[in-house]
Design a binder for this molecule. Structure first.
Ligand code: BG6
Length: 483
C-alpha cells in the first residue's frame, strides 16, 4: 500500500502554548511525522510561542527532547536537524502586550497562516483579540482550538462569542481528536461507500448500537482538571458524541464540511433527554499499590465519575426503536474502543432448535488494532448436521493495508494538515458544540441536584455491575472489553 501525500503550499504555523504538554506530546511529533512524510514544504515556518524566556536554539533543544520522548519511529538525525531548522520561538504574553509585534514580524503576506491555541480556554479570547489588534488576521488566517470547549452551554457560548468577534466560523477549527482517527473516518466510508450497509442501517434491522471507549489509565497527573470535569464532560460530550453522530446521521448530500456537520447537528438535536435510571456512574477503587480515584484527585469527598454508561434514544424515523448504549471509563480491564452495530436476529429459523439463534454484528475497532469485523453465521464445518457458528470476517487495517499505510498516522497529523488545507469537515462547528452541551447539561445538573453518588468499581474490571444491569434488563449484554 503506497501512502499518498497530498501536497500543501508553504505555511506559517504558530503554536501558542508551544512549550506545553500537548505541544510536546502531540502537536510537534505530528508535525515531525508529516515532515518525514514530505508533506511540510520547504519555506514553511513553525513558530513556538509561550511565556517562557527562550531563544530559538533553546526552543529547538526543547523540541528535540520532546521528539526523543514522544516520536515513536526511527529518528534520522539529518531529518531531525532539517526539521528543527524550520522552527523558531517568540516569547509572548497572552494577556499583555509583550512579544506581539515581534510575532507579527514573522508573518508573511499571501500565505496560509494558522494559530494553534494549545492553551486553556480562558486565554482563547485574549489571544484572538491580540491577533486581530496586531494585524495578524486576514481572510486566510485560521485558528485551532482544543477541548475543553467550555464546561457547559453557557461557557461554550461565551467562548464561541469571544472568538466570533474576531474570526468567521469558517476560520475556526475546533479539534476533537477522535475525528482524526482513521477508523472514525472509515465509519463514513463504510456507511456511504458501500451499498451493502445503508439499506439495513435503521431500526428495522439494527437491534442496538454499543459504543465503548475503555481506558486502562487513571487520572493521575491531571486530577485537578479531571475532577472538575468527569467522564461525561471529558469524553461523552465530545468524543463519544461525535462517534454517535457519525453512526446515526443521515447521508449528507456531499462530503463537504457543512453538509456533514449539518447532519451531525440534527442527530444531537434529536437526542432525547436521558432518564436517571438509564445512566450509571462509577469511580475506580484502590488496587494494590495503585491509587483509587479519590486518592488520584486528592479529594476524598469527590462525586465526579471516572466511568459512565448510558442508554440513549435518537428520536427520529431511522432510529426510533434502536437504543444506543454508550460507556467510557478509566482504569478498566483493557484499552479498547469500539462501536458495535448489533443486527436483529433472523425473523424465523429454518434450522433445528439446537442450531441456536444468531445475529450479525458489525464491530468497528477504533483502537488498538484498528479495523472492522463483521460476524456472519455459517455452518460449522464437518459432519454432524446443520450446526451454526458465528465467524468474523476480519479486516484489521494493518494486515489488510500493510503496517506502513497511512492508517498508522496519528489523528493530530491528519487534523493539522486539514487545517493547512482549509478543510473543516473533521472539526466541530460552534452550533454542534453548543447542542452537545445543551444535551449534556441537564444530565449533570440532575446529578448535582439529586446529590447522586458514583458507584465504586474495581480497577481492571468492566465498570460497576449496575452498568451490566443497564443492558441485562433490556435482554442485551455489553461486548467484552478486550484488546
Ligand atoms: C482526551 C481526554 O480528550 O482523550 C482524556 O481528556 C482521554 O481523558 C483521551 O484519556 C483519550 O484519547 P485516546 O486517543 O487515547 O483514546
Amino acid at each position: 500500500m503506497v501512502s499518498r501525500v497530498i501536497p500543501v503550499d508553504p505555511f506559517d504555523l504558530v503554536i501558542f502554548g508551544g512549550t506545553g504538554d500537548l505541544a510536546r506530546r502531540k502537536i510537534l511529533p505530528a508535525l515531525f511525522r508529516r515532515f518525514l512524510a514530505g508533506q511540510i514544504p520547504e519555506g514553511s515556518k513553525i513558530i513556538g510561542a509561550a511565556r517562557s524566556e527562550l531563544d530559538d536554539d533553546a526552543y529547538r533543544q526543547l523540541v528535540a527532547e520532546a521528539l526523543a520522548e514522544f516520536h515513536d519511529g526511527e529518528m534520522d538525525q539529518k531529518c531531525l536537524t532539517d526539521f528543527l531548522r524550520g522552527l523558531s520561538y517568540e516569547q509572548v504574553d497572552a494577556v499583555g502586550e509583550a512579544g506581539w509585534d515581534a510575532l507579527a514580524g514573522h508573518m508573511r503576506p499571501d500565505m496560509v497562516r494558522a494559530f494553534y491555541f494549545s492553551v486553556g480556554p480562558s486565554l482563547f479570547g485574549a489571544l484572538a483579540e491580540r491577533l486581530q489588534l496586531h494585524g495578524m488576521v486576514d481572510p486566510d488566517t485560521r485558528i485551532v482550538v482544543e477541548k475543553p470547549f467550555g464546561r457547559d452551554l453557557e461557557t461554550a457560548r461565551a467562548l464561541n462569542q469571544s472568538l466570533a468577534v474576531h474570526f468567521d466560523e469558517s476560520q475556526i477549527y475546533r479539534i476533537d481528536h477522535y475525528l482524526g482517527k482513521e477508523t472514525v473516518q472509515n465509519l463514513m466510508a463504510i456507511r456511504f461507500g458501500n451499498m451493502l450497509f445503508e439499506p439495513l442501517w435503521n431500526s428495522q434491522y439494527i437491534d442496538h448500537i454499543q459504543i465503548t471507549v475503555a481506558e486502562t489509565v487513571g487520572v493521575q497527573g491531571r486530577g485537578d482538571y479531571y475532577d472538575r470535569s468527569g467522564a461525561t464532560r471529558d469524553m461523552v460530550q465530545n468524543h463519544l458524541m461525535q462517534l454517535l453522530c457519525l453512526i446515526a446521521m443521515e447521508p449528507p448530500a456531499k462530503f463537504d464540511p457543512d453538509a456533514v456537520r449539518d447532519e451531525k447537528l440534527k442527530v444531537i438535536r434529536a437526542l432525547d433527554p436521558v432518564e436517571p435510571q438509564d445512566i450509571v456512574r462509577g469511580q475506580y477503587l484502590l488496587a494494590g499499590d495503585r491509587a483509587g480515584y479519590l486518592e488520584d484527585v486528592e479529594n476524598s469527598a469527590s462525586t465526579t465519575e471516572s466511568f459512565v454508561a448510558m442508554k440513549l434514544h435518537v428520536s427520529n424515523w431511522r432510529w426510533a426503536a434502536t437504543p444506543f448504549y454508550l460507556r467510557t471509563g478509566k482504569r478498566l480491564k483493557a484499552r479498547a474502543s469500539e462501536i458495535a452495530v448489533v443486527f436483529k436476529e433472523t425473523p424465523h429459523s429454518i434450522f433445528d432448535e439446537d442450531a441456536g439463534r444468531h445475529r450479525n454484528t458489525l464491530s468497528i475497532r477504533l483502537q488498538p488494532n484498528e479495523g472492522i469485523d463483521l460476524d456472519v453465521t455459517i455452518k460449522e464445518p464437518g459432519p454432524g448436521g446443520m450446526r451454526l457458528i458465528d465467524v468474523p470476517l476480519d479486516m484489521t487495517f494493518s494486515e489488510a493495508l500493510g503496517p506502513d499505510s497511512e492508517a498508522a498516522a496519528d489523528a493530530y497529523e491528519r487534523l493539522i494538515m486539514d487545517v493547512i488545507r482549509g478543510n473543516q469537515t473533521l472539526f466541530m462547528r460552534g452550533d454542534e458544540v453548543e447542542a452537545a452541551w445543551a444535551w449534556t447539561d441537564p444530565i449533570i445538573q440532575g446529578w448535582t441536584e439529586r446529590g447522586d453518588q458514583p458507584l465504586a468499581y474495581d480497577t481492571g474490571s468492566s465498570g460497576p455491575d449496575d452498568a451490566l444491569a443497564l443492558m441485562h434488563r433490556d435482554g442485551r449484554r455489553w461486548r467484552e472489553i478486550r484488546e
